[in-house]
Design a protein around this ligand. Structure first.
Ligand SMILES: [Zn+2]
Length: 457
């Protein structure tokens, strides 16, 4: 029995040893296999890496896209009736707090809202036509109501002389609101032109010009930026070297109270389009003029011009001057290409109070108010309805691819979708030579100018 047990033990031990050897041998045998496997692994890893690179490349091909929404309003005027009605005899302050209340949601939803300040913050005594000087609180209210940029180049920029230009700039700088078009010195101009704004991944260049300064000369060339092909060419080139995704020119031009653009406006537009400006926003005529959005058939070239947005706020009362339009444009950047994603306008109307009523001027969204009186005086409500019909019919007949924002289910939405393409031949290929129309200088301005010049010698 003991013998059998010893025999069994020997068999077990030898089997174990044998098994061990076989394992080792197998392992040893497996080594070359493993070496091959390692090669394969390296190969596989390379393939995987290559696949990853491919994937990254594919991700890069799906380019990131960015959007920015811009809102442009026309002329923000300050006639005497406006600052008189804004005056609060109790606080002794000029209060504009209700002026834009109904438009605030529209202004504030834009990423960048822009308006033309057609007056100076030249200090008291406050004055209206022909040489405007308005309370600072008017500009402060524009800012509080959502405007981010004030355009300052217009025919009233120099109304309070160079002192007024400087005071306006200093006041706006203190408020922390961006501005363009007038400058305290050539150095300041060179530093701040174009006005570059970075928003939502887009780099935007804003430029601002006027056809004239009502005969009140600037002390140096760049004090108030005048329309000049030479200067514009220089500024646009600078915008391009600043790597602007979009170049926007806000321009003061045209003939007052004319609803169609003049030849001068068309010529300057042709020049700007040829220079690759993307958006051209006009003001000064105090009435609306057509808006045109066009794209070449190969989609490489595109522009939008709004010849005049009319009055944003004023005391003017003929039907066509009682309102205006605000243009909303969404720009989209995909990779290095920026294009116009959408463009539409809101109709606006100024509710003008009776001079002795104690009420204030207010800008109203036409489509919000046409449904009900909302506490408006009947004469104002009737005029608003008339303006709605006139402005809507006019823009429908004259605009190209720019439609109206209307209230649908309590939401502002575009009424039509444009199909924006045109044959590239309709984009201007040549630029006509043009000169600014002559402005008549009043005897009073000419005399004051002479005395200012004499005193500064
Ligand atoms: Zn003007």
């Amino acid at each position: 029995m003991r013998f059998i047990l010893i025999f069994l033990l020997v068999v077990c031990v030898s089997n174990y040893a044998l098994a061990k050897i076989t394992d080792k041998q197998l392992q040893f045998k497996a080594d070359p296999v493993l070496t091959v496997s390692a090669k394969e692994i390296v190969k596989t890893k390379k393939v995987e890496k290559a696949k990853k690179v491919e994937k990254v490349k594919k991700v890069e091909k799906v380019l990131p896209s960015y959007e920015v929404t811009l809102l442009f309003a026309g002329d923000a005027m300050q006639h005497a009736a406006q600052f008189k009605s804004a005056y609060n005899p109790v606080s002794k302050l000029y209060e504009y707090n209700n002026n834009f209340t109904y438009f605030e949601p529209i202004i504030k939803q834009a990423d960048i809202a822009v308006v033309n300040l057609e007056t100076t913050l030249g200090g008291a005594p406050y004055k209206a036509f022909p040489q405007f000087s308005s309370p600072d609180s008017f500009a402060k209210q524009l800012q509080s109501s959502g405007f981010d940029v004030l355009m300052l180049a217009n025919n009233h920029s120099n109304d309070s002389w160079q002192r007024g230009v400087n005071k306006t700039i200093n006041t706006l700088d203190k408020m922390g609101i961006k501005h363009s078009g007038t400058y305290k010195s050539k150095i300041q101009h060179d530093k701040n032109t174009p006005l570059m704004i970075q928003k939502n991944g887009l780099n935007l260049a804003f430029l601002n010009y006027t056809f004239a300064t009502n005969g009140i000369k600037s002390v140096f060339k760049e004090q108030t930026k005048l329309i000049s092909f030479k200067q514009m060419r220089k500024d646009i080139q600078k915008a391009k070297s600043n790597k602007a995704d979009s170049i926007i020119v806000y321009i003061h031009w045209g003939e007052e109270y004319k609803t169609q653009p003049s030849q001068y406006q068309k010529d300057v537009t042709a020049f700007l389009i040829k220079s690759k400006v993307d958006l051209i926003i006009g003001s000064h005529p105090h009435v609306i003029q057509p808006m045109i959005w066009q794209k070449s058939t190969d989609k490489t070239d595109e522009y939008l011009v709004a010849y005049s947005l009319g009055n944003f706020i004023s005391n003017q009362r003929n039907l066509q001057q009682a309102g205006g339009a605000l243009l909303q444009v969404t720009l989209k950047k995909e990779g290095s290409k920026t294009s116009i994603q959408s463009a539409g306008y809101y109709l606006s109307f100024v509710d003008r109070p009776k001079s002795d009523s104690g009420a204030k001027h207010q800008v109203l969204p036409v489509r919000l108010f046409e449904r009900q009186v909302h506490g408006l005086k009947w004469d104002q409500y009737g005029m608003l309805l008339k303006y709605a019909v006139w402005a809507s019919d006019f823009l429908k007949a004259n605009n190209q691819n720019v439609y109206e924002y209307k209230l649908q289910n309590e939401k502002w939405s575009l009424t039509e979708t444009p199909a924006v393409t045109v044959a590239s031949t309709t984009l201007p290929t040549t630029v006509p030579k043009t000169t600014a129309p002559k402005t008549t200088v009043s005897k009073e301005i000419a005399a004051t100018q002479k005395s200012v010049e004499a005193n500064s010698k």
